[in-house]
Design a protein. Structure first.
Lengths: 498, 175
């Protein structure tokens, strides 16, 4: 067993890893930037060292400083968490050169999946479905027609240089091919000075469904079923669930097998995630990318499988074989995770600042991984996610009900948070029947603000503000009572005018 | 004590009277009738770091942040910013700005960040809800939009600038 592990991260994931270390009797060492002296991960670790200024480029992304601390503290291994250096192959090589174990995949694994096009080619070799497309530019109309005939409609024609919705045409009907092809080429030429176009299969009801995989140094690779992460804002996940309400059992098996094939293709070691685009109409799935690290949403997999993924990462790094076999694994019940972010629930604008009151949800089958506490100032330099709430239930309905209950217990004031948004999503018919896609928030939540705040009578806000304003002014000895406001107001106005 | 309050663009008249055991609070939304609440002080009491507020029997834990004319009230995971003025302030504001409660003449940033892109230039007349600039903070790009039709008088920052909280980014004048 390792004696000491350095956690090269911050926030809730640094705490999550510290917990796994402590349960295994490993001494935990964390690092922190100048902005994070008061961060909870510093308080909970066994040792903590400052690694520099607040911007992550000068602290959490400085592999050299982290290795320096690692050597000074005498650690055996480094756990990168997610984000920051977790998918940096160069850093892994430096760790290995320094004689420190990196708890994660090999640098070769990272390189293989780092380049999107190369990864897609590798996946084709491993017989993992990828989004069908023209694999390069399409020059003539005849060429386009042949490709589309092979692929089947609907397709999307895209200008290679396009973006922002320009130079893109969805084709649902054979008769539209010609006009769409010409329009894309001319828009490409006009807007981006490049008429090159390519063709991809159009997925009308896309869902983001991913498979957790795990490999060890003995050549075993297993999958731990899927997570659906289609509820996204600004292309970032905010709610995840496992199992997905949209994946039929036979497709689930196929996805799992495909993910294992993908991981085997690159001899993957450690925890990883294969992300698929899932077409909810046809139930087809296509490889998108692989994340060669632990994911934010790993707790829902832990909840339904009973496997502690962080401990398993440590065991694999120690060279042990995986502690579970594929045939032993079952997906039991249903788990949901919501990400609590310090942001405006309507505009998604970040809302860093001082947390005044904070009380986390408790009770049966609720897990809350958080680094918020009363008096903590959420810094502006890092991700706005301050907590994750995970609930488990025997059925999906029970898990959702439990989540609503847990969120109603969550008290967080001083900063704005997206808890109300989550509560509204959990009641939305599209979420409840499981038909939501990755466009769910964009399409359904434009004018929903009044909906989000309807649970509180407006007079509550007004009275609370008025009483506070009253007390503030009384404390400052502003005129105390003002019984005839309008007359007085008028009188004063007249006086001042004179 | 008499106040005028604004909540999400809605205007209210508010009267607060304190007696030894009661809060007597009256509210009138613009165009509506007065609604009176006689609340025992025990229904609005401090507990831990927030207030326990029993409003018509419904239990709310309330936290109020702010000072002077702007208070943000947090409860049940919802929050609202209430702008509140007592009559003297209303008077001074209305004399100084020529009516209209504090129509903003400058765009300030609410948090430190970095200017990624500026879409307008000095002298431009910008319609309401048009993007003015993009600022990056907390790993996110935030688009700042105009709330009303305005003319850009002065742009105080340039692309790539790091700005502190409260810094003036753009000054406006009437179009």
């Amino acid at each position: 067993m390792f004696k000491k592990v350095l956690i090269a991260n911050r926030g809730e994931i640094a705490i999550r890893v510290t917990r796994a270390c402590r349960e295994l009797g490993i001494h935990s060492v964390v690092v922190f930037s100048d902005a994070d002296r008061d961060s909870l991960h510093v308080f909970l670790a066994d040792e903590a060292y400052n690694i520099g200024p607040a911007p992550s480029i000068e602290s959490y992304l400085r592999g050299d400083k982290i290795l320096e601390v690692a050597k000074k503290a005498g650690v055996d291994a480094i756990h990168p968490g997610y984000g920051f250096l977790s998918e940096n192959a160069e850093f892994v090589r430096e760790c290995i050169a320094a004689g420190i174990t990196f708890i994660g995949p090999t640098p070769e694994n990272m390189d293989a999946m780092g380049d999107k096009l190369a990864a897609k080619a590798l996946m084709k070799k491993a017989n993992v479905p990828t989004v069908p497309g023209s694999d390069g530019s399409v020059e003539t109309l005849e060429q386009a027609q042949t490709i589309i005939k092979e692929m089947g409609l609907p397709v999307i024609i895209k200008a290679s240089a396009g973006g922002g919705g320009k130079g893109m045409r969805v084709v649902r009907d054979e008769e539209e091919i010609e006009s769409a092809f010409r329009a894309c080429r001319s828009e490409g030429q006009n807007y981006f000075a490049d008429p090159t176009v390519y063709i991809e299969k159009f997925i009308s009801d896309p869902k983001h469904i991913e498979i957790q995989v795990f490999g060890d140094t003995h050549g075993n690779i297993i999958h731990l079923f899927e997570r659906e992460c289609s509820v996204q804002r600004r292309h970032q996940k905010i709610i995840e669930e496992s199992p997905s309400p949209s994946v039929p059992p036979e497709v689930r098996n196929k996805m799992g097998e495909a993910a294992v094939r993908a991981a085997k293709q690159i001899n993957y070691i450690g925890a990883g995630t294969i992300e698929f685009i899932f077409d909810n109409t046809t139930k087809q799935f296509y490889f998108m990318e692989m994340n060669t690290r632990l994911q934010v949403e790993h707790p829902i997999t832990e909840a339904v499988t009973g496997v502690d993924l962080v401990k398993e990462q440590i065991f694999v790094a120690l060279g042990r074989p995986l502690s579970v076999k594929q045939s032993d694994l079952r997906q039991k019940g249903h788990a949901i995770e919501v990400r609590i972010c310090a942001e405006d629930p309507v505009t998604y604008k970040p809302s860093p600042g001082l947390i005044r009151a904070c009380r986390h949800p408790q009770g049966p089958f609720v897990r809350c991984d958080s680094y918020a506490y009363p008096g903590y100032e959420v810094p502006i330099y890092y991700d706005p996610m301050v907590a994750k709430v995970i609930t488990w239930g025997d059925t999906r309905t029970e898990a959702i009900g439990r989540m609503e209950r847990a969120l109603s217990e969550f008290i967080l004031s001083g900063i704005k948070s997206n808890i109300v948004l989550h509560k509204t999503i959990l009641k939305h018919p599209k979420f409840l029947d499981g038909t939501y896609t990755t466009q769910f928030l964009e399409k359904n939540f434009e004018v929903i603000e009044p909906e989000m705040f309807k649970y509180v009578n407006d007079h509550v806000f007004l009275i609370a503000a008025a009483v506070t304003a009253f007390n503030d002014r009384k404390a400052k000895d502003v005129r105390q009572y003002n019984v005839y406001p309008n007359w007085k107001r008028l009188g004063r106005k007249m006086q001042l005018r004179l | 004590m008499y106040f005028e309050a604004e909540l999400k663009g809605r205007k209210f008249k508010v009267d607060v009277v304190e007696s030894p055991r009661f809060w007597k609070i009256s509210l009138q939304e613009e165009g509506g009738t007065w609604i009176h609440y006689d609340m025992p002080k025990d229904d609005y009491k401090r507990s831990e770091s927030y207030f326990s507020f029993l409003f018509k029997g419904v239990s709310y834990l309330v936290d109020v942040v702010g000072a002077d004319t702007e208070y943000t009230v947090f409860t049940r995971n919802s929050f609202r910013t209430v702008r509140i003025f007592n009559d003297e302030m209303i008077l001074h504001e209305s004399l100084k700005a020529g009516g209209g409660l504090g129509a903003d003449k400058e765009l300030k940033c609410g948090m430190p960040g970095k200017i990624i892109e500026i879409f307008v230039k000095e002298g431009d007349v910008v319609k309401a809800n048009k993007p003015l600039l993009i600022m990056e903070a907390m790993k996110m790009e935030n688009e700042m939009r105009s709330v009303a039709e305005v003319k850009v008088k002065e742009i105080c920052v340039k692309q790539g600038d790091s700005v502190e909280s409260g810094a003036v980014l753009i000054k406006f004048e009437d179009p």
